[in-house]
Ligand binder design. Structure first.
Ligand SMILES: [Zn+2]
Length: 266
């Protein structure tokens, strides 16, 4: 057999239909931003010293892309516990939230340090958070054809065991068919990571995971992202600040004896 054009040999591209997309940049309510930087300020005021803390970014479950608030868990003094920000700890915090709120990422402060990017340990924490929040931020991104070489079509009640030895996948239908496409849903999840400093700077990334429900094919990627601050009509009131101050005092404890690894860790 001869081909006039070699392009005829190419396998047809699998069919793909887009159903949705993951956020390309971060949306954050002005209120949440002010709250984050207010925590930095309160730490300085209450403990007369600047140091790091971490919290979770929160969203309404019907709008997981928009950060509307900052949740402050009990911050650990213990070096080991903090570096391994575990899913149990995140779960504990999620349980305290009202049902309409979800965690969609994490935020931490490098305090007065001028270290304006994520550290290696931060990178590990991103994926711990992503693992935890993935189920809550999950949405269908596409229907994608799974190319199956050697698909065998069988008819219900009309095949014998021997027929099952053939092919890589078999599709059993209730009527005679000659052709079938198998389309799987590709689900996507995301989480946000934000790092801030006392001087007002912030850096942020989006971490995404895409997974084919049938093939199990998974892609995980991270990218630096812009942040868009949104006026949601809510502002940080005196009462909010006073309550936040109590929360900071209760949940963030100054490290009286900073371990030498502190800088390296951040
Ligand atoms: Zn850090």
């Amino acid at each position: 057999m001869r081909f006039k054009d070699l392009s005829q040999l190419k396998r047809p591209k699998p069919l793909e239909i887009t159903l949705g997309s993951l956020p390309q940049h971060i949306l954050m309510a002005e209120y949440a931003k002010h709250r984050a930087f207010k925590i930095n300020e309160l730490v300085g005021v209450l403990f007369e010293e600047s140091f790091e803390w971490y919290g979770f970014t929160l969203a309404h479950k019907d709008h997981p892309e928009l950060i509307i608030d900052i949740g402050l868990p009990h911050n650990d003094l213990n070096l080991q516990d903090y570096t391994t920000l575990g899913s149990e700890r995140i779960a504990e915090f999620q349980e305290l939230l009202t049902e309409d709120l979800i965690i969609n990422g994490w935020i931490h402060s490098h305090g007065a340090l001028n270290y304006r990017h994520f550290s290696n340990i931060d990178e590990k924490n991103h994926f711990t958070v992503l693992d935890f929040v993935a189920a809550r931020t999950r949405k269908p991104l596409a229907k994608k054809e799974i190319s199956i070489q050697d698909l065998v079509l069988l008819e219900k009640d009309r095949f014998v065991e021997k027929d099952l030895e053939k092919g890589s996948v078999c599709l059993i239908t209730d009527g005679p068919i000659t052709e079938a496409k198998i389309m799987e849903t590709v689900y996507g999840s995301f989480c946000y990571s934000i790092v801030i400093g006392d001087e007002g700077w912030h850096e942020q990334e989006i971490h995404c995971r895409e997974r084919g429900i049938l093939s199990g094919h998974m892609i995980v990627r991270s990218k630096a992202a812009d942040i868009e601050f949104v006026d949601t009509g809510r502002s940080l009131t005196r009462l909010d600040i006073s309550e936040l101050s109590d929360e900071v005092e209760e949940k963030i404890k100054p490290r009286t004896d900073p371990p030498p690894e502190l800088i390296e860790r951040m």
